[in-house]
Design a binder for this molecule. Structure first.
Ligand SMILES: Cc1cc2nc3c(=O)[nH]c(=O)nc-3n(C[C@H](O)[C@H](O)[C@H](O)COP(=O)(O)O)c2cc1C
Ligand code: SF4
Length: 374
């Protein structure tokens, strides 16, 4: 029977237990995507007890940032700072992975050829005009992901995670809601996986066959016209065949349709609202694990020790990621492992953290008033 305290190895990357810090955008990086002391402090405090840390979305291009203070892996000058970050996490005792991302039409507005890049021009923000990418632009983007994966390895990270979830660029290609192309990048679920597959294959080529490559995907998109579980299972299988080493299974929990200047746009959410029970994502994660045979990381209100332990005990997932609860209390994972769940400073599921990012200010939390300040 597997317990949270058991160690695990993915492609030679060994980590000491089954708890992970999922990617959590902090908006702490400098204006050029450079690592700051606040970044180092945030991760140092959250790497002590978990086995695995997946560092927040690092942009593969300057014009692909989620927030102004997104980390960057778009140029070589960012590697030394990222090396300090990887080293800090590893010295604290966790394996260190970094997520690489282009936000596509969910990027912040600004200068850049790929501001608003998307498969078919679907809008997510009133201040970013989306456009459908040409095949040449898609090829260029594959190169940007590849170079960023190489920089992650050069910086000393133990692995890299390609962000294919939450309706950022790769996810926009995977979703039937946002990909209406009729070239080879669009069509049925298999065709919609083409861009993701090209990114995975090119990244693999760059980092070599021994280096862990993970992929984050949506198990389901709970918005009208969004990706189904059946599609997600197929995507997982295709990626498994392409040599992805583990799947980090998230979802779109809900979406709000808003309107500005007569134009509709979607604001998707990646975290469950208060009314959903702990571990509501577990059956979806388990279905993907079963279908692909790959190790899976599951997430979604698993910050109470009981739901986390149960998910690995019954093999629904191999690794349990704890997001908001680790923002609210950086010692939550340690308290779970020590059987001291009652000492956890509970996340109130108020969504203040997401609100701070939407406002473009550094990560804030209603419960934790001691978050680092950049
Ligand atoms: C403030 C904040 C920032 C996030 N940033 C990212 C991110 O950079 N990349 C990503 O894949 N998911 C991101 N997420 C989603 C989390 O990784 C996680 O999937 C989500 O919070 C659900 O887990 P939880 O219920 O344990 O919080 C973010 C979540 C929060 C709360
Ligand atoms: S801001 Fe609210 S939802 Fe976010 S981590 Fe803190 S308590 Fe939890």
């Amino acid at each position: 029977m597997v317990t949270l305290r058991d160690d695990m190895t993915i492609k030679g990357m060994r980590f000491k237990n089954r708890l992970a810090l999922p990617p959590l955008t902090t908006n702490y990086a400098g204006p050029e995507g450079l690592v700051t002391e606040a970044n180092l402090q945030f991760y140092r405090e959250r790497s002590r007890d978990v086995g695995l840390v997946i560092v927040e979305a690092a942009a593969v291009r300057r014009d692909g940032r989620i927030v102004p203070g997104s980390l960057g892996l778009w140029e070589d000058g960012q590697v030394p700072g990222m090396a300090r970050l990887a080293d800090t996490i590893k010295k604290s005792g966790a394996a260190a992975i970094v997520q690489i991302n282009h936000a596509g039409a969910r990027c912040i507005p600004g200068e850049g050829e790929m501001i608003g890049a998307s498969p078919s021009g679907f809008a997510f923000r009133p201040d970013v005009t989306p456009f459908a990418m040409t095949p040449e632009q898609i090829e260029g983007m594959v190169s940007d992901f590849t170079a960023a994966a190489g920089r992650a390895a050069d910086a000393g990270f133990d692995g890299v995670e390609i962000h294919g979830a939450h309706l950022y660029l790769i996810s926009q290609f995977l979703s039937p809601l946002t990909n209406q192309r009729n070239d080879r990048y669009g069509g049925d679920a298999r065709a919609r996986t083409t861009f993701a597959l090209e990114v995975v294959k090119a990244a693999r080529e760059r980092v070599g066959s021994d280096y862990p490559v993970l992929f984050r995907l949506n198990a389901v998109e709970n918005v009208e016209g969004g990706q189904t579980k059946k599609d997600a299972v197929l995507v997982g299988k295709i990626l498994a065949d392409a040599g992805v080493d583990a799947l980090d299974v998230s979802l779109i929990s809900q979406g709000a349709w808003l309107e500005a200047d007569g134009r509709q746009f979607l604001v998707p959410a990646s975290a469950f609202p208060k009314e959903e029970p702990a571990g509501a994502n577990a059956p979806l994660v388990s279905a993907i694990k079963e279908a692909t045979g790959l190790p899976v990381i599951g997430v979604g209100k698993l910050g109470d020790g009981a739901a986390a332990a149960e998910s690995v005990r019954n093999s629904q997932m191999d690794v349990v990621a704890i997001g908001r609860q680790m923002i609210a209390d950086p010692d939550a994972a340690g308290k779970i492992l020590a059987g001291k769940e009652s000492d956890i400073l509970l996340c109130e599921e108020c969504m203040t953290c997401f609100g701070s990012l939407r406002k473009g200010v550094p990560l804030a939390c209603k419960v934790n008033r001691n978050l680092p300040r950049p």
